[in-house]
Ligand binder design. Structure first.
Ligand SMILES: [Zn+2]
Length: 108
């Protein structure tokens, strides 16, 4: 397990959640938490931290998923999976980003 936020390799088990008892992990360095499913899903579309940061910053600016995909030359589904991963940890100062992510989550 590698931290998706700081790329640190020390992830510790951090309990489970949901009916299916999905395993969560927490980074020893930055305390970010990730679930097993998100990790593997993200892993199939591996992106550098730099690209992930770029996607998120465009999203915060209100750029649509389709436009982000075009601007960054990253597959639309990858953009969506990044947003869903990051969406678990949206700071309260980005309400617009939070509403976008919840809309994407409803679409499945
Ligand atoms: Zn970390």
């Amino acid at each position: 397990m590698t931290c998706l936020r700081c790329q640190h390799g020390m992830m510790k088990r951090f309990g489970t959640y949901g009916k299916r008892r999905i395993q969560r992990y927490r980074c020893q360095k930055c305390s970010a938490t990730f679930s097993e499913t998100r990790q593997s899903r993200f892993g199939t579309h591996y992106l550098s931290l730099e690209k992930t940061t770029r996607i998120v910053s465009l999203m915060v600016e209100g750029v649509s998923v389709r436009a982000i995909s075009r601007l960054t030359d990253i597959d639309r589904n990858t953009v969506l999976s990044v947003l869903l991963t990051v969406g678990e940890k949206i700071p309260p100062e980005f309400p617009r980003l939070a509403s976008w992510v919840s809309r994407i989550q409803r679409l499945g």
